[in-house]
Write a protein of this length. Structure first.
Length: 314
């Protein structure tokens, strides 16, 4: 296999198919015709002697060889893009870049409207591509590493010592136990027996937080009872307001939801640890002026939103 025989434009097409999981999606992304993309894939298959992608019911899925190629190709393309971008100053007023942000429920109301407002005023030609973050944190970090996501917010402890990923801690958030006003145990100092008798509403979209919670329960020999698992966190306050279920929430989110829902904090026999929210991005984007601008805007908005919902006296 001689790399000199490869048309490097094919790498752009490979990357688009890998990200979109679709021939037609890649064609739209690259502003090409579908036959052109299909022909490019055929050339890549001949060059690599591998199928690279196979058709499933709903998508074009990568083979093992394609997965192995995806990261180095993405890194190479990012390096080229950064090389050219650093040759010119970033001007938000004229830039037409697209930034991809992984989002979760915690960011929806706190970040997206304010960031959209900033972009409308200061960077009218920039496109914000918000992607629902429903993957595990490790898979989200993989997306950042291969360039699928430019920026997201995750618990800081998920960073570990990853040399490919940069991080900026934005805030600390104390997890609290929440229930409806008038709940039979509201206002009481609860013990382990009370804790074992309660039923919890949880969510499947906070996989980085669940192990922290379960570890604290396990220390006390308590098996947490779960009655409802939600696909989001947005509806949890409404559920606990109308039932005797309880929930574990971030303190900042709890104080914001108190303005709309009749919920209160329970006095449990132990406190849950503080969780730190942080910006995550590829280290390859550290010095990119446009990415620096975006990081600055997101950090400013999130810190302002958190300060508004900080406890009195904090």
């Amino acid at each position: 296999m001689n790399i000199r025989q490869l048309d490097l434009n094919l790498l752009l097409i490979f990357d688009a198919i890998y990200r979109e999981r679709s021939i037609s999606g890649a064609a739209r992304k690259l502003n090409m015709s579908q036959p052109t993309v299909s022909n490019a894939l055929s050339r890549l298959r001949n060059f690599t002697d591998d199928q690279l992608f196979y058709r499933s019911a709903n998508a074009m899925l990568p083979t093992r060889a394609a997965n192995a190629l995806a990261v180095p190709i993405s890194h190479a393309l990012n390096a080229v893009e950064i090389g050219f971008s650093t040759m010119r100053d970033f001007d938000p007023k004229t830039s037409e870049r697209t930034f991809s942000l992984g989002i979760n429920d915690h960011m929806r109301l706190m970040l997206i409207p304010a960031l959209a407002n900033v972009v409308e005023r200061e960077a009218p030609n920039i496109v914000l591509d918000f992607q629902q973050d429903i993957k595990s944190p490790s898979r989200t970090i993989d997306d950042i590493r291969r360039g699928g996501i430019d920026l997201t917010i995750l618990p800081a402890h998920m960073h570990g010592n990853d040399e490919d990923i940069s991080m900026e801690v934005l805030y600390g958030d104390k997890l609290v136990f929440a229930a409806r006003m008038g709940h039979p145990v509201a206002g009481k100092q609860l013990d382990d027996n009370d804790l074992a008798s309660l039923k919890f509403v949880t969510t499947g979209v906070a996989p980085a937080i669940r192990p922290i919670v379960e570890a604290e329960f396990s220390k006390r020999g308590i098996q947490r009872k779960v009655s409802c698992i939600m696909p989001d966190t947005i509806t949890i306050p409404a559920i606990i307001e109308m039932t005797d279920n309880v929930a574990i929430m971030g303190g900042h989110d709890f104080r914001r939801q108190q303005q709309e829902y009749a919920i209160t904090q329970l006095h449990f026999p132990f406190e849950l640890p503080e969780v730190h929210g942080a910006l995550f991005w590829s280290k390859s984007m550290d010095d990119d002026p446009g990415h620096q601008w975006l990081r600055g805007q997101v950090a400013q908005i999130m810190k302002a939103a958190i300060s508004v919902n900080a406890p009195v006296g904090a």
